[in-house]
Design a protein around this ligand. Structure first.
Ligand code: SF4
Ligand code: SF4
Length: 490
């Protein structure tokens, strides 16, 4: 991937009739029973639980009495939640034929078994990983968080090391991997590793600048098992985009890449980092996305990190951001396209307006259609999925195997090869801190479990992951102080 993006290239809900995230959220209460959690704790590994989920769906055979018993309990819980939340169990079983869906369900069940229901939910392994596969990129974007360049970094992983990372993610029970960068499509190992990951049942997506997606590349992506491609476009205006990207004709090539991906039947999203320079162009971007028949538009929340530090004055004020989020939510409810934001306050905006659109966006990559009769459950669903996912339901892996809570949060909490992925996930102090909303700067806010503020922005501005997020409308005073500081330093 070319730029600052990274945490969104995720799961396109078009793939199954059941929205996996919606299902997971709605099942929480039912699966928190003591008996169920006791049974789940007897399942030693996520792989075994994935198998049991397959037994429940009627597509795999139980391997012994324990699996039979647990799948029976699962059956009971699923039937109960189906009648309570109004979904057809048969559609769920159909969806579970997809190994990714089994991974996703197993991931959340393991989390509930281990931690119980927490606000927001903690998981035994991240639901999704953004893997910054290489530092190499063919563009030079001004806002690049990865400081990517024309060559791979000297410490990039070898192919066998990358496969070891994959093995550990599979063992941990991760459900989805988004390949990002740099530009993942320039890396020689990308195809090999992506294919292997798809065979292992991960949901595979790619965050890319799109300039290299010829018709043949698009076809190959599809054949490799990539399901979703996210292409970064900064402006509907080609000159502005090219100027920002540092390469002539980049816009045209990216648009061509989007068209090629769509022609090959890939699900495609357009990612735009929203700043003062382009926020007024959002309606035009929406129009462009619609004309390209994109499946999703995602507005990235600008985080002044990496090369983004140099354009800190481009950051939106809290009120500008709120206006952007309100606009995005209107578009989400008005049209067929998914419209997301990586600002965690988007969850609050959707919750406040849920009676208008019936849609909840409780984290960066989830859109829940909440039926009228369940609108009151919106708050609980929001608290379950919880806005910022950094170090809780998601984390990133760098080109050298280093683990970060988020691509925008440049704190190395460990290294997959040196420390072991699960060891870091369970034991790192920063990750624990990120999961505890009662001790953030947001701890007095009624929305702390729903939003939590962008921890990367807190860190970028204050050097502390628990600090306030200055993009929040409740933090206008802090924003004004910061603005004065930036102006004074200029
Ligand atoms: S105080 Fe924190 S949790 Fe509350 S709205 Fe602001 S950023 Fe979100
Ligand atoms: S820190 Fe949280 S809210 Fe900010 S970009 Fe990362 S996951 Fe999103």
């Amino acid at each position: 991937m070319d730029d600052k993006n990274g945490s969104s290239a995720t799961v396109s809900e078009d793939d199954t009739n059941i929205e996996v995230t919606s299902l997971m959220a709605s099942l929480q209460k039912i699966f928190n029973s003591r008996l169920f959690r006791f049974a789940m704790k007897r399942v030693e590994t996520p792989r075994k639980l994935e198998h049991i989920v397959g037994v429940y769906a009627g597509i795999l055979e139980a391997r012994g009495i324990r699996e039979k018993t647990i799948s029976y309990l699962l059956q009971k819980a699923m039937s109960k939640s189906a009648s309570r939340f109004g979904f057809a169990e048969e559609s769920l079983k159909e969806a579970l034929k997809d190994p990714y869906t089994r991974k996703a369900i197993a991931n959340i069940l393991m989390g509930i078994a281990k931690f119980g229901i927490t606000r927001p939910q903690k998981l035994c392994a991240p639901f999704m990983i953004v893997w910054n596969f290489t530092k190499q990129c063919n563009l030079r974007c001004r806002h690049c968080y990865a400081n990517a360049g024309p060559h791979p970094a000297p410490d990039e992983l070898t192919l066998s090391e990358k496969l070891e990372v994959l093995r550990q993610l599979d063992e941990a029970g991760v459900a989805a991997i988004s390949f990002s960068g740099g530009e993942p499509l320039v890396n020689k190992d990308f195809w090999n590793v992506a294919k292997r990951a798809a065979e292992m049942g991960f949901y595979i997506s790619v965050a890319t600048n799109g300039t290299l997606i010829t018709r043949d590349v698009a076809k190959r992506l599809k054949e490799t098992g990539v399901r979703y491609v996210e292409v970064s476009i900064d402006s509907p205006n080609p000159e502005e985009h090219d100027e920002f990207r540092g390469i002539p004709r980049a816009w045209k090539r990216s648009i061509e890449g989007i068209r090629n991906a769509k022609k090959e039947g890939l699900s495609v999203g357009i990612a735009m980092t929203v700043t003062r320079a382009n926020h007024r162009q959002l309606p035009e971007m929406m129009e462009l996305a619609r004309n390209l028949n994109a499946d999703r538009l995602i507005a990235f929340n600008f985080v002044p990190t990496g090369r983004g530090k140099e354009i800190i004055e481009m950051d939106l004020s809290p009120d500008e951001r709120e206006a952007v989020l309100s606009y995005l939510y209107e578009e989400l409810t008005a049209g067929k396209m998914q419209v997301f934001s990586t600002a965690p306050m988007y969850a609050i905006v959707s919750l406040k307006n849920i009676d208008k659109g019936g849609k909840l966006t409780p984290t960066h990559f989830a859109e829940l259609s909440v039926p009228d009769e369940y609108l009151s459950a919106g708050f609980a669903l929001g608290e379950f999925l919880g806005g910022c996912g950094a170090g809780r339901i998601y984390c990133s892996i760098e080109h050298n195997g280093d683990i970060q809570p988020c691509v925008f949060l440049p704190i190395k909490v460990g290294n997959v090869l040196r420390d072991g992925f699960l060891n870091v996930w369970y034991n790192n102090e920063i990750l624990h801190e990120l999961r505890d909303r009662d001790h953030y700067a947001c701890s007095h806010c009624e929305y702390r479990y729903i939003c939590g503020g962008c921890r990367a922005r807190a860190y970028a501005y204050y050097g502390n992951v628990s600090a306030p997020d200055p993009s929040c409308v409740f933090n206008r005073d802090l924003w004004n102080e910061l603005t004065e500081e930036v102006e004074a330093s200029e």
